[in-house]
Design a protein around this ligand. Structure first.
Ligand code: PLP
Length: 236
């Protein structure tokens, strides 16, 4: 008799990390890529102390956060003991929080307008910290979604690099929820290639294997690692 079995048994956060890492490894090999060329960003927004500490105990060091204040609460104290921690901002950033973001994050994935590039550059001069930057592309041209439109991407990348002196190392996207993500990942890869950018942050719990096939260097995985989030309305 065959019982309905879940795709994988999950008993703890450590098991989930092991399973997601195994899947990333296998997807990279299947795509003819070096598994080490795909970085798992664990999306720790809304998680409590026990979940964060379980992720750290599982060896995870690269984390994505949506909001500056929440990220501070999660990581300000912990990071003192974690020299290899890498914090990546993956949520929208207001210019008035640019300095807080520059002080906390190693990578800011959501640059999407020139005014923000100017604010990040000013914050970098003031603080002496120079986070690397990804430009977020609104590949589906969704009116409610953050990100620069694909047609305006080259100009923003050039301005961020050449006018504002930011270290732009790649691109990020969040495909429309109700569409096949593959064409969006392909579009992101094409924009990156023509701008000589090597980092592609794309793929979430539902589509990170597709993203790896399309060339993702960073996959942003939350619920597949931590379980479903209690949805807290984002206010910033
Ligand atoms: C929340 C979030 C994720 C993770 O989503 P899951 O579906 O839980 O993996 C990835 N990227 C961004 C930008 C997010 O806001």
């Amino acid at each position: 008799m065959t019982a309905t079995t879940p795709a994988f048994a999950v008993s703890s956060i450590a098991d989930r990390f092991a399973e997601v890492r195994r899947r990333i490894h296998d997807a990279a090999l299947a795509a003819g890529r070096d598994p080490a060329s795909v970085v798992l960003t664990a999306v720790s927004k809304t998680q409590g102390d026990a979940a964060l500490d379980a992720a750290l105990a599982a060896g995870q060091r690269v984390f994505g956060e949506n909001r500056v204040q929440e990220a501070k609460a999660h990581w300000d104290e912990r990071r003192a003991a974690l020299p290899d921690l890498e914090l990546r901002l993956i949520g929208p950033l207001q210019t008035n929080k640019a300095q807080d973001a520059v002080e906390l994050f190693d990578v800011i994935e959501t640059l999407d307008r020139e005014r923000l590039a100017a604010a990040l550059a000013a914050a970098a001069r003031k603080t002496g910290r120079r986070p690397r930057v990804l430009v977020q592309i609104n590949t589906g041209a969704e009116p409610q979604k953050a990100g620069v439109l694909p047609d305006d991407a080259d100009a923003l990348i050039a301005a961020a690099r050449d006018i504002h002196g930011l270290t732009v190392e790649g691109l990020m996207c969040i495909p429309p929820a109700d569409e096949d993500p593959a064409p969006h990942f392909a579009l992101l890869a094409a924009i990156a290639a023509r701008n000589s950018l090597s980092v592609l942050s794309m793929g979430m719990s539902g589509d990170y294997l597709t993203a790896i096939e399309a060339g993702a260097t960073h996959v942003r995985v939350g619920s597949a690692l931590f379980g479903e989030r209690n949805m807290v309305p984002a206010t910033s």
